[in-house]
Design a protein around this ligand. Structure first.
Ligand SMILES: Nc1ncnc2c1ncn2[C@@H]1O[C@H](COP(=O)(O)OP(=O)(O)OP(=O)(O)O)[C@@H](O)[C@H]1O
Length: 260
């Protein structure tokens, strides 16, 4: 169950248009302290655009607040300084530098001291990688280093964009354990990923987008059993879906078979 922390991040009636395309449409949700909230949905659902709207990389309508203060309208670096740390899909590391050095020099604002770097690595249980050259890391370790880089800035909410991209299922499970470890030590995360097993296993709550709108939200079990979610993933309108108790196959099984 989600811990009962205070509300850190709110999105209220957030919308993003690209010309005639409504990429995010009237989206409202909140993230509470100490939770991992997952953002999922089929290709083109608006997940990346919503992350961009929250972190300030695209203009959006509606309201976005962090610890009660409006951040919508602020440029990305101001939001980062206010406590919205973000990873990006393309991880760029200096191959010849160590993990600790990469985190120190790779900070998006101001750089981090050695103590922050050590703390971030410890949060993710990867302290043993501090002196390893980036060139010697596995893909899973690289993903965690990019998360550590964000955590070293001590964000109020860490926005993680596809941290399991390029990982096999074993690496993804390992990543999930590390993210859970960080969450158990108080890190709050909003996570976009296509890996359903990862999202369903580590998130406290999940928000499901389709065609820019929230079509479901709840615990992993609630979302897994929601006919609207199954319909969105299978490309069938929810109204045409059998009721969950009449389905020949559990919804969770159907969702797990759908990968990008
Ligand atoms: N820069 C852009 N200009 C115009 N349309 C865009 C732009 N970026 C995204 N879109 C459109 O906005 C909608 C949402 O796209 P977005 O990339 O946010 O979805 P997504 O859920 O992240 O998809 P994926 O899972 O494939 O990464 C899509 O219809 C997409 O074609």
């Amino acid at each position: 169950m989600a811990p009962a922390g205070g509300v850190l991040l709110t999105a209220t009636a957030v919308g993003v248009r690209y010309g005639p395309v409504t990429a995010v449409d009237d989206v409202t949700f909140e993230v509470r302290e100490g939770e991992i909230v997952g953002l999922i949905g089929p290709n083109g659902a608006g997940k990346t655009t919503l992350m961009d709207a929250i972190s300030g990389f695209v203009p959006a309508t509606g309201r976005i607040t962090l610890t009660g203060s409006e951040v919508g309208g602020q440029p990305p670096h101001r939001r980062a300084r206010a406590g919205l740390g973000r990873t990006f899909q393309d991880i760029e590391l200096y191959e010849e530098l160590t993990v600790a050095e990469n985190i120190m020099v790779g900070a998006s604002h101001g750089g981090h001291g050695a103590e922050s770097v050590r703390a971030a690595l410890a949060l993710l249980d990867i302290s043993e990688l501090a002196d390893v050259a980036a060139a010697d890391l596995s893909q899973g370790q690289r993903q965690l280093v990019s998360v550590a880089r964000v955590l070293a800035g001590r964000p109020r909410v860490a926005l993680l964009d596809e941290p399991a991209a390029g990982l096999d299922s074993l690496e993804s499970r390992w990543l999930g354990q590390r993210l859970r470890a960080a969450r158990d030590r108080g890190v709050t995360m909003l996570l976009v990923d296509h890996d359903m097993d990862l999202v369903l296993s580590i998130c406290d709550r999940i928000i499901v987008l389709d065609l820019g709108r929230v079509i479901a939200s709840g615990t992993p079990d609630e979302v897994r059993a929601d006919p609207a979610v199954v319909g969105a993933y299978l490309g069938t309108p929810a109204s045409a879906q059998a009721a969950p108790d009449a389905a020949t196959e559990p919804a969770g099984v159907a969702m797990r078979t759908v990968h990008p």
